[in-house]
Design a protein around this ligand. Structure first.
Ligand SMILES: [Zn+2]
Length: 367
């Protein structure tokens, strides 16, 4: 009789031992392997981001590779975000979503070790015109005297359009190698959109800006450097960056932009100190900023399915929707899904939306 025999109990003990010791050991071993793999990935990311920074690149716009690294390492998102933050806050912000997660606390060494790019910036905000005592007496801030030509030429007596059920597609951070693809889709559906641009002054960039303008889309200013730390250091610094971008667009297209979008949106983690003053100053100069109320999360690395669903769920209940998308070199998902997004907006079967570009006659959507 096997059951109840000594042999039986021996076998039971062996079986229990295997269950209690061997299986957890195997499990731990596999877990260790996985961690080791993540560790290697981290090291690889660290080296590549470090090299990338050392090679003088400061923003993600020039880097497909960096963003593909992010995409490949989605399962290790937390690790990526931490590293990105340590090495490139702009990249971190983009990866974390423009308005998304609060930044993790980066070590001070990591930040101070980062290449110093602020040196080339000169701030003239402390200049007070001695020969104009009225201005000093009236308590005007010194930055109000900077760039005396930098004022938006807005039409008089603006009455906003009645734009119930309108959807505005906006593309930040371009122009890029994908700009032409975006223009083609917009052409195919005979719709106009808005590009908040980051012009770099190169021939290539100028040619792309020109194409956007020739097609009749709206060009608004985004930034010249897209470096949050620099541009939000002071109102002066912001104006200097804005002016650079503004001049570049004017040189390329002859357009004097009136609309703009703050990098990271009007409320972000970087502009807390100067936000109120900055918005007041830009408004005083006549410039109109647009935030957004629908975020595709393409800058977060959203898949095209996620982008599509983000648009559907966030747009359906809006009377006027301003959709945030990106036109940058890593933005292939945006291109992949753009046509589907347009198709859904114009023919979703529930509501009839119109698509148009932003102008001074559109009531701003602001946070
Ligand atoms: Zn941007």
């Amino acid at each position: 009789m096997y059951f109840g025999s000594v042999k039986f109990f021996k076998h039971v003990i062996v079986a229990v031992t295997i269950l209690l010791i061997v299986i957890p050991c195997v499990f731990c071993f596999l877990l260790g392997l996985k961690n080791a793999k993540l560790e290697t990935e981290n090291e690889k990311l660290k080296t590549e981001i470090g090299e990338y920074q050392l090679s003088g690149h400061q923003s993600r716009y020039e880097s497909d590779e960096l963003f593909s690294l992010y995409k490949e390492n989605l399962e290790n998102k937390e690790g990526f975000l931490k590293l990105a933050y340590e090495y490139d806050e702009g990249l971190y912000k983009a990866a974390a979503g423009l308005n998304g997660d609060a930044a993790p606390t980066a070590s001070t060494e990591a930040i101070t070790a980062a290449p110093d790019t602020t040196a080339e910036f000169t701030h003239s905000g402390t200049i007070i015109l001695d020969d104009d005592p009225d201005k000093i007496d009236s308590g005007r801030a010194s930055y109000e005297m900077l760039y005396p030509d930098l004022y938006a030429e807005l039409p008089d007596n603006i009455v906003y359009n009645d734009d119930m059920d309108y959807v505005y597609l906006t593309f930040d951070d371009g122009p890029s190698k994908y700009t032409q693809n975006i223009l083609d889709y917009l052409d195919a559906y005979k719709i106009k959109a808005t590009f908040f641009v980051v012009p770099d002054g190169s021939e290539e960039s100028n040619a792309r800006l020109k194409k956007i303008a020739e097609k009749g889309h709206t060009i608004g200013i985004h930034t010249a450097s897209h470096e949050y730390n620099k541009i939000y250091e002071s109102v002066d610094a912001y104006l200097e960056d804005f002016k650079t971008a503004y001049d570049r667009v004017y040189e390329a297209t002859g357009i004097k932009c009136t609309l703009f979008r703050f990098p990271g949106g009007s409320i972000n983690d970087y502009n807390k100190e100067i936000r109120e003053e900055l918005i007041a100053e830009m408004t005083r100069r006549g410039f109109v900023y647009f935030d957004w109320n629908v975020d595709t999360s393409d800058a977060l690395g959203a898949t095209w399915t996620e982008m599509y669903n983000n648009v559907r769920t966030q747009t359906i209940d809006k009377n006027r929707a301003v959709i945030l998308m990106h036109d940058y070199n890593g933005g292939w998902n945006t291109i992949l899904v753009l046509e589907d997004i347009i198709k859904w907006i114009i023919g979703n079967g529930k509501r009839t939306f119109h698509i148009d570009k932003l102008t001074e006659y559109v009531k701003p959507v602001q946070f």
